[in-house]
Design a protein around this ligand. Structure first.
Ligand code: C2O
Ligand code: CU
Ligand code: CU
Length: 510
């Protein structure tokens, strides 16, 4: 992120020419990242920011990335880089980010526009840039099949063809996603419609992205520490929002739209307001709801987004916080997975919140598809497998007819909490645990939480981008599970759908 004093580009003190220094220090930084299992950015113990009522550091707002129009395309430029960042006062972490040492700028485009992103990899290791939640051809999706070598630039382009939504981008290198996302490689990608929704929409003023991640500080608070390895994945002990530790936001409007992204590797957050007041859910992963939905708390698993509107009275001093919840595992597994923790997420004060203003009662929302009558597929979620298999980049697990809508039936038969993300689509939850979906899952989704023993029936409308040789992914978005192989691949075909695994046509290349 630009203009932040907490960013320390790698030091350039003694010795060799600048380029050399840069490369060497990057390698040192990455060496530390590589050792993260041992001395990384996570650790157990102290929970320093669990109340929130004293949070006083101004919330950082990720800058909007400037773009230029070139040959009818809106062109963005991102550079993946590494460095060190003071994520917690006095504690410097080896981090990675886009256009800065931690996190990335916000990209924003309007439905119908053609976009192109130049992604330059200035890391000494391969990376990728995946557009999570985007409807686009698989070849532009930024999975491990579109790896960007160190020094290379990848230039995907596509036409924005989906409703207004809060999407995001992050790397997807095979087996390395947790490391890179956990080190800070994540940013928001906002899609707008031509017609405004009536919701707060002044970026950074009353329309605020909240990128929530957990990091680990050693007890004593001096250094980065080691995360807890829990059944759900690796859990940090300190929460940061937009890279800000103990953040405070002074609202100047009565209605605040928070676009919450859980960009953590494994930790789930159960959001509520310290006042006990309700907030309104107005949007889920893939777009707006038909109407604001009042709720007292909201569970958000990794990669999920929730757009909520919080009413801020003039004299307000409140905290958006995460409170204990039920992940459906054994009590001990829930506890080590963070389900009993309380964390302040954001303190909000309303000293300047003079303007009145209500919420629209109806929102522009894309209509749900009818229940698909065609293909029904079943997916069993194991400990780190899908239908008993581990990810194989050379195996296509599922062949889907381009443009069709399928029913995907999920069942978590393991003792671990998971979630399930499908690339290249936004789906509708037809049923959850055999009944009506939870209110938080009634909008367009690309990722859904599934507790042990839980089930979900998804209506999945697939895109028309037939390409028999380039797969999309579907996987658990608990990043440790994903890296362990809880991922599979589908392609869109113009021909017959099938569920027999086939060898990847490009298998010879891998
Ligand atoms: Cu958020 Cu496969 O990605
Ligand atoms: Cu994705
Ligand atoms: Cu999982």
């Amino acid at each position: 992120m630009s203009s932040d004093s907490h960013n320390r580009p790698t030091p350039t003190t003694d010795g060799p020419p600048p380029i050399q220094i840069k490369r060497r220090t990057l390698l040192i930084g990455l060496g530390a990242l590589g050792a993260m299992g041992v001395i990384g950015y996570w650790a157990t113990a102290a929970k320093p920011n669990n109340n929130g009522s004293t949070f006083a550091t101004a919330l950082r707002i990720p800058p909007l990335l400037e773009s230029e129009m070139l040959d009818g395309e809106r062109v963005f430029r991102l550079s993946a880089q590494a460095g060190e960042t003071e994520l917690v006062p006095g504690v410097w972490f080896a981090t990675m980010g886009f256009n800065g040492t931690h996190l990335g700028p916000t990209l924003r485009a309007v439905r119908g526009e053609k976009v192109r992103v130049h992604v330059t990899n200035n890391l000494p290791v391969a990376t990728t840039a995946h557009w999570h939640g985007m409807l686009l051809p698989a070849s532009q999706d930024g999975t491990a099949h579109q790896a960007i070598a160190p020094g290379a630039t990848w230039k995907p382009s596509w036409q924005i063809d989906q409703p207004a939504a809060t999407l995001w981008y992050h790397p997807h290198p095979h087996g390395q996603t947790e490391l890179q996302v956990g080190s800070g490689m994540a940013g928001v990608f906002l899609i707008d419609e031509q017609t405004p929704s009536g919701l707060p929409s002044d970026y950074g003023v009353d329309d605020i992205p909240l990128i929530i991640q957990d990091v680990t500080v050693q007890s004593g608070g001096q250094r980065p520490g080691t995360p807890t390895t829990a059944p759900i994945g690796r859990i940090g002990n300190t929460v940061i929002v937009n890279g800000t530790h103990e953040p405070h936001f002074a609202a100047t409007t009565r209605q605040l739209r928070l676009r919450v992204l859980n960009a953590s590797a494994a930790r789930c957050y159960n959001l509520e307001l310290s006042t006990g007041e309700q907030f309104h859910l107005v949007g889920t992963d893939g777009g707006l709801l038909p109407a604001p939905s009042p709720m007292g708390s909201l569970l958000l698993s990794p990669a999920e987004r929730a757009e909520i509107v919080v009413t801020v009275p003039q004299d307000a001093d409140l905290v958006l916080r995460s409170v204990p919840h039920d992940l459906g595992m054994s009590k001990g597994d829930d506890m080590t997975s963070g389900a009993e923790d309380t964390f302040g997420i954001l303190r909000i004060t309303g000293a300047g919140a003079a303007t009145a203003g209500g919420l629209p009662t109806a929102l522009p929302s894309a209509r749900h598809p009818g229940r698909a009558s065609g293909i029904e597929r079943h997916f069993i979620l194991g400990d780190t497998t899908i239908n008993g298999k581990s990810m194989d980049m050379d195996r296509i697990d599922t062949v889907v007819a381009a443009g069709s809508t399928e029913m995907w039936m999920l069942e978590n038969t393991s003792k671990r909490a998971h979630n399930f993300h499908v690339h290249g689509t936004q789906f509708v939850v037809a049923a959850e645990n055999g009944g009506t979906p939870e209110p938080r899952n009634r909008g367009w989704k690309d990722t859904i939480f599934i507790a042990p023993g839980g089930t979900a029936e998804l209506m999945v409308p697939f895109g028309g981008y037939a390409d028999p040789t380039t797969p999309y992914m579907y996987h658990c978005h608990m990043l440790w599970h994903e890296d362990q192989g809880m991922m599979a691949q589908y392609v869109l075909t113009d021909g017959e759908p099938s569920s027999e695994p086939v060898m990847h046509p490009n298998a010879m290349h891998h």
